[in-house]
Design a protein around this ligand. Structure first.
Ligand code: MG
Length: 157
């Protein structure tokens, strides 16, 4: 068994959809980034890569590669799963927390967990997705962006 940790944050800007855990959340602003800027999925990818010491999301999916422009991060997660399998690991469970002052994410957490579980090929009971408020502190509290952290437990196949 091995564990991995991942962290990501992106700026909130006008004119972009807000995608978290592969789910589009109705909100006037979205996250800025090269792909769909899905911070939750990005943190999860880094946790999975980290668990197998396979490097980082930036190494595997560089923002200089036109293939990844505007791509759904679920596609990147799919490729991560392939790399993980190739290295001889499968997922035991993952857990995560999103830090966002807005919007209120509670009503969407179940759908995010189900979407990620389906993509990962594991039961929904193996995927934790939580949200917390930065309590108006710092850049996240000023609604300048959204951050996410994830951990992943994997086992050798
Ligand atoms: Mg990112």
């Amino acid at each position: 068994m091995r564990i991995g940790i991942g962290y990501d944050q992106h700026a909130l800007v006008e004119g972009r959809p807000l995608v978290l855990g592969g789910v589009e959340i109705p909100h006037p602003r979205g996250l800025q980034g090269y792909s769909d800027a899905d911070v939750l999925t990005h943190a999860l990818i880094d946790a999975l890569l980290g668990a197998a010491a396979l490097g980082t999301i930036g190494e595997h999916f560089p923002d200089t590669d036109p293939r990844f422009a505007g791509v759904s991060s679920l596609v990147l997660l799919d490729e991560t799963l392939r790399l993980l399998g190739e290295a001889g690991y499968r997922i035991v469970n993952v857990d995560s927390v999103i830090t966002a002052q807005e919007p209120r994410l509670q009503p969407h957490l179940g759908k995010m967990a189900r979407t990620l579980a389906a993509q990962l090929g594991v039961a929904s009971s193996c995927v934790g997705v939580k949200a917390t408020s930065p309590e108006a502190l710092g850049a996240l509290g000023r609604r300048e962006g959204i951050a996410a952290q994830a951990v992943a437990l994997v086992e050798a196949i």
